[in-house]
Design a protein around this ligand. Sequence first.
Ligand code: NAI
Length: 461
Amino acid sequence: MAADYIVKDISLAAFGRKELDIAETEMPGLMALRAEYGEEKPLKGARIVGSLHMTIQTACLIETLVALGADVRWASCNIFSTQDHAAAAIAAGDIPVFAIKGQSLEEHWDYLDKSFMFPEGPNMILDDGGDATLYVLLGARAEAGEDIIPVPQSEEEEVIKAQIKKRMEASPGWFTKTRDAIMGVSEETTTGVHRLYELQKNGQLPFPAINVNDSVTKSKFDNKYGCKESLVDGIRRATDTMMAGKVAVVCGYGDVGKGSAASLQGAGARVKVTEADPICALQAAMDGFEVVLLEEALDADIFITTTGNKDIIRIEHMREMKDMAIVGNIGHFDNEIQVASLKNHKWTNIKEQVDMIEMPSGNRMILLSEGRLLNLGNATGHPSFVMSASFTNQVLAQIELFQRGDQYKNEVYILPKHLDEKVAALHLDRVGAKLTKLTTEQASYIGVTPEGPFKPEHYRY
Ligand code: NAI
């Protein structure tokens, strides 16, 4: 039988395995789940389609899902984020994976399709950004003769439509059958969660969903502390530019923006922030950042978008930037920067995921990862430790949906607080943190129990 994987170079598997061994020492949450559930195998019978950056950390997630009994097929959710040695290690372990760093958009959607091809069909989705969910839902709509446009990332519209058409021709009725077999989806990121709530609002969510992003131990850690380490890592690997003394603009001061601004500040840059939300703008100001309009800050050296919104850095902004300004995005999709509007300009490729673009004025701009998330395109994403917290939530969400999905409505849920606290607790030892035990009297005085949960639902951290 032909190998059931597409990776760049299977001989990278040994290197991938060595890095995986190191990652395991930094992913205590995932390792604890293996110890707790490895025998019971609560995911036995789960056939999980994974669409999430195929990195070393994700490899550790995949092997945890398998250790808990699941069958897994995997694609990356971004064309630049795969670590080829991680993909090779997973393929070498006989887990089907379809991911190459630098794959084309056509390959991206074809690989996603391949990740659905369990002989008995999939019954679970683990998504990052919502592409796997989108694929099934758009396909099912197409099979019902409904219009499937517009899709959120419009520049990919034609590619997605072509892939859906190909699958419809090869296997009539496949999308509807697959949609109906899915017991639930767990979603990793802010942008994907936004899509799920939209589906719920429009009565179009066909299965229960768990919003992993809004576990406190995900968005307040991965989005923030993760970006704090990985943003500057990406800029440095791409450009080797001196960060200290430079002026950087961070567009958006949500969780990712907070981590990104801290990352640049920690590297010595003078950071300005743009925001649309007065609460986040005030937070930025009181964290010591100048809050400006982008139009007033176009003489900066580095521009980073973190909004999850579109058209943040537009062509008229890029035209005003100084020579050799660095422009990149760390939000989920590439539409934060109007990259399409640069297509007619002169592009010089410096190296993978780094391009120099000449503007009509003669000024040049360094664009990272073609506007796709640069911490994964130009570096290796977040460190293992913080991804362990995110992925521990993912595994708990998969167990919950697979075992008790029938008790949920077709709505979006967040994991209960005691599990959020459990995820955090599993990560304390590794950083030498000791937890104070409340006395019964103290617990009752603040209205909790000594075992937790320690905060009411409305608490914001
Ligand atoms: P968030 O909602 O906490 O923050 C986004 C902020 O951008 C909000 O405060 C919003 O007011 C602001 N904003 C929106 N439009 C704006 C505009 N035109 N100008 C200035 N500010 C604007 O979302 P979060 O969690 O920070 O995520 C942001 C993006 O990053 C999402 O696409 C998410 O999926 C992605 N993400 C990327 C990660 C990575 O490793 N690269 C990790 C986690 C999330």
